[in-house]
Design a protein around this ligand. Structure first.
Ligand code: ADP
Ligand code: MG
Ligand code: MG
Length: 885
């Protein structure tokens, strides 16, 4: 390993090669790159991530050659600065900074002013005549070195400076005199000694070696490992170490240190945005030691430096083709750039910056779509937001799953009926339930937002809420709900019915009181950006929607059809549910048919609404799917009321409910099994769909219904149901002496259906992968119970990703691929889509794009995200195996 290169000087040796990011870490690579494009960066060098790995793997033994190369590196910096480390005439000080390939909070903090000792301090005082500056730097160094390298808590040092400030009756550290800072330096040394049992190391090279080792070790610190886990950062080997000459922002009032963004990170506006502090060092600006000044005031105070900074920001944007987050220091009027990286930004800013950078000819449309706007950005734009992003610790009641994004404020209500009543009176309510069931949809739709204490990202509450774009925090285990007392508690606070709370479904926060909200407003830039996105896509995006309002919204957001209209939700509305219940408790086919005839006009009306909204765009209607017991009341008081409504005895109703109980309802009497055993249900629904389409035809609207049979596992089930649909169609068409074109297809959600897809495809016009059920059945994870173990699985690396959120490509994805390929082999004209929750997940969408599906279908609010994900996949050039249409 002797001749292996471990150390790279900024600038020349890397030649601004961006591919060296893995080897040098992001900070190091960017420092090197800035150097090579002529930005003033203090000289320095980077120790490679490989050297870090070697050292960690070898019991902190440095690889051969590293020591010599570090010495040469220091020698190089000394030459550039014309100063020497530890020198008694003109000493050099260094900063030691960590930096992995991906920016990672939790890694080691930076050490500044390394190389300081008593002799060096004397020399520096002689050289600069600035005793105050020297002891300020010295005490900072002991603090940082003690904290970061030796684990002496920063608090001990902080206590010492605070009590000194109190004693001398001053507010700011800048008010301390030189002799006070000298006194403080001695105190710091004593603190160091007390907590480490050693004298502070005087030898600069020893300091440097200890600092470098501390950076190496921080790669495997608990918090760094945790951060990598949480953020899904994999495949990195270690951190780089940057050793750099110090420049000083704390020498006088002609010095400063600051941070800035090249554009406003919350609006995207093109303006320098940031803060700086005069006579300060390091993280003082962000640490809140003094109140920093806005960067605009630099323009008045030091105009030449401001202009210079502005010109570098333009240069850096041009170079990195992205908005930059920059750290700088001004030493006696001279500007140095210490760091640059792509800046974090809000959704609104991301879109505006992307559009502006294209229009300023800095990036291409492809680059803007691929690099500058992410799904989360678009998601943010589509939902109301809390005005100021941060939540005070004391207001946070609890944290749950961010099940459906957006912000909502309302009074707490625990009962769906009550929620409906209050909403009717114009109250804003948040429905709080342990979990929700289809019975709650009325209350859910009346509420501003939904909070549950149980259930996961695909729990009933989550799916329904997302579908409606209604904010939802699900599975908030921090709270315990007491229905009887009409209250919930997090152990500290008790929140009662009628109390105000705010929920943030984007972050999963449950917050006390009413927070201010701002509604989403789609900007002109958004429209422009989405138009560009449209230019690159080659797969359709449909929406899951079952009301005209949702369909309208979906169209407005760019849906080109409905991929899933669930019919059962329609049955929960008002008086329909009574007819539905009558159908369920019917004693025989005749009674059942009578009840169904009652439902027919309602269903027809629903379909007319949706078809009219969608006009000539395709609408996939799924026939009745859930187990019937879901329509019957579950609570005692309810049973009594419903029995009255139905005109039957409570006893009879209870017998019916008992009879419909299943051990495993999700694997029980549901889906096409209902249609097969009660064909009259399929008949009624088919009739409603086709009569609706015929009625609209008379109005000149060419509806395109696609009838979807759910939960098919064998071709015989499909053939059976297809026959019922066709028989009914013939009847309806001859009655009306008119006909329309429509398709009959199936949902692929039982694993067996994917395995025998070629057989089924010969009989079907289309497939739609119902990946919620397909995931549930392939993994054998009950969607409603999986929250008991999935979080644990994720924490412990048993699962990489929640399979209900992002498609398990290796397993379930294989079935999707097989189903698609076998299906198209059986029927080359087969149309294939996906309508599970995964249809709105970027990674899953890319997978579907690769497989060459015809469309993805997702909740209306996810439609723009799906468009973006498809365009990204297309730009990335992921191959599609089958032609699109
Ligand atoms: P982080 O990764 O936390 O941003 P940095 O390595 O960027 O840590 O260092 C934090 C701060 O320390 C920088 O913003 C800068 O103010 C200061 N700093 C780092 N290196 C130097 C240096 N060579 N000269 C002066 N200040 C420095
Ligand atoms: Mg930094
Ligand atoms: Mg299903």
């Amino acid at each position: 390993m002797a001749d292996l290169k471990h150390v790279y000087r900024f600038g020349k040796e890397t030649d601004g090669n961006r591919s060296m990011r893995e080897l040098l870490g992001g900070k190091g690579a960017n420092l090197a790159e800035m150097c090579s494009i002529g930005i003033p960066v203090p000289p320095g060098f980077t120790i490679s991530t490989q050297a870090c790995k070697h050292t960690i793997d070898n019991d902190m033994e440095w690889p051969e050659g590293l020591r010599e190369q570090v010495n040469e590196g220091v020698f190089h910096v000394e030459g550039e600065m014309n100063k020497k480390l530890g020198d008694k005439e003109d000493p050099l000080l260094l900063s030691v900074r960590s930096g992995a390939a991906v920016s990672m909070p939790g890694m080691m903090d930076t050490i500044l002013n390394l190389g300081m000792n008593d002799k060096v301090a004397e020399a520096l005082i002689r050289k600069t005549g600035n005793e105050r500056f020297v002891f300020d730097s010295y005490r900072r160094f002991i603090d940082m070195f003690g904290d970061v390298v030796m684990g002496v808590s920063h608090e001990y040092f902080e206590e010492a400076i605070t009590s000194l400030k109190e004693q001398s009756g001053v507010q700011n550290d800048t008010d301390l005199t030189a002799s006070q800072l000298s006194e403080l330096t001695d105190k710091y040394k004593a603190i160091y000694r007390k907590h480490t049992g050693h004298m502070f190391p005087e030898d600069p090279m020893e300091q440097l070696e200890l600092a470098i080792n501390a950076v190496f070790k921080s790669w495997n610190s608990g918090r760094a490992i945790k951060y990598r886990e949480i953020s899904g950062i994999k495949g990195l080997i270690g951190t780089g170490v940057n050793v750099q000459a110090m420049v000083f922002g704390n020498m006088s009032s002609e010095c400063a240190t600051g941070v800035c963004f090249t554009r406003n990170p919350s609006t995207g506006e093109r303006e320098l945005y940031g803060e700086y502090l005069v006579n300060a060092q390091g993280e003082d600006v962000v640490a809140g030691i003094r109140t920093p000044e806005p960067i605009s005031s630099m323009k008045k105070r030091i105009p030449a430096v401001y202009d210079e900074l502005l010109s570098y920001t333009h240069k850096l944007e041009d170079h990195y083709k992205n908005m930059q987050d920059i750290e700088f220091t001004v030493q006696e009027g001279k500007l140095f750039i210490l760091q640059t990286r792509n800046g974090k930004r809000t959704g609104a800013a991301a879109v505006r910056i992307a559009v502006d950078l294209v229009q300023e000819n800095i990036v291409s449309k492809e680059e803007a779509i691929a690099e500058l706007v992410e799904a989360e950005h678009i998601d943010q734009l589509l939902h109301p937001q809390f005005e100021n992003g941060d939540v005070k610790e004391k207001d946070l009641i609890g944290k749950g799953l961010p099940a459906s994004p957006g912000a909502a404020v309302g009074k707490v209500v625990f009962d769906s009926k009550r929620a409906e009543e209050l909403a009717e009176q114009g109250e804003m309510v948040i429905l709080v339930r342990i979990e929700t069931s289809p019975e709650d949809v009325g209350g859910m739709s009346s509420a501003e937002g939904i909070l549950t204490s149980r259930g996961g990202m695909t729990s009933h509450a989550a799916v329904v809420a997302r579908g409606w774009g209604k904010p939802c925090v699900a599975g908030c285990g921090d709270i315990v709900i007491n229905y009887r007392e009409h209250s919930f508690t997090n152990g500290d606070l008790i929140i009662k019915e009628g109390d105000w709370i705010s929920i943030d479904g984007t972050r999963g926060f449950v917050i006390k009181g009413q927070k201010n909200m701002i509604p989403p407003k789609l900007s002109d830039e958004y429209e422009i950006f989405m138009r560009w996105v449209g230019e690159f896509e080659s797969m359709q995006v449909r929406a899951n929607a079952e009301t005209p309002e949702d369909a309208e919204m979906a169209r407005g957001l760019g849906a080109t059809g409905i991929g899933l209209a669930r019919t059962e939700h329609m049955f929960f509305k008002d008086d329909r549910v009574t007819a539905m219940r009558r159908m369920i408790i019917a004693e025989d086919e005749k009674e059942r048919r009578e009840a169904l005839m009652e439902l027919l006009p309602y269903q027809k009306e629903d379909f007319i609404g949706i078809f009219r909204t969608m006009e000539d765009l395709p609408v996939t209607v799924r026939l009745l799917d859930p187990p019937l017991h879901e329509f019957l009341p579950s609570e005692d008081e309810e049973v009594e009321r419903v029995a009255q409504e139905l005109g039957v005895t409570e006893k009879l109703l209870r017998i019916k409910i008992e009879a419909l109980k299943e051990f495993n309802p999700m694997l029980g009497h549901r889906g096409c099994r209902l249609g097969v055993t009660y064909p009259e249900i399929t008949e009624m629904q088919t009739r409603a769909i086709l009569e609706a389409a015929l009625e609209l035809k008379a109005e000149g609207i060419n509806a395109k219904p696609e009838i979807m049979i759910p939960l098919v596992g064998s071709v015989n089930e499909f053939v059976n149901q297809r026959a019922v649909v066709e028989r009914t169609a013939e009847k309806v068409f001859s009655e009306h002496k008119d006909s329309i074109d429509f398709l009959i297809g199936t949902m692929i959600e039982v694993p067996r259906a994917a395995l025998v897809a070629n057989e089924i495809a010969r009989e079907a016009d289309f497939f739609s992968f119902g990946t919620n059920d397909l995931t549930q059945m392939t993994l054998g994870y009950s969607r409603d119970d999986a929250t008991k173990f999935i979080p644990y699985y994720l924490d412990n690396g048993i699962l990489g990703e929640d399979p209900f959120q992002t498609l398990d490509q290796q397993g379930v994805g294989q079935l999707v691929q097989m189903g698609t390929e076998l299906g198209r082999a059986g029927n080359p004209k087969l149309k294939v889509g996906i309508c599970g929750e995964h249809g709105g997940d970027p990674a899953s969408i890319e997978f579907c794009f690769k497989l060459g599906l015809n469309y993805v279908s997702c909740s209306p609010y996810r439609v723009p995200i799906a468009h973006l994900s498809i365009a990204k996949a297309a730009i990335k050039g992921v191959k599609t195996s089958v032609n699109q249409n």
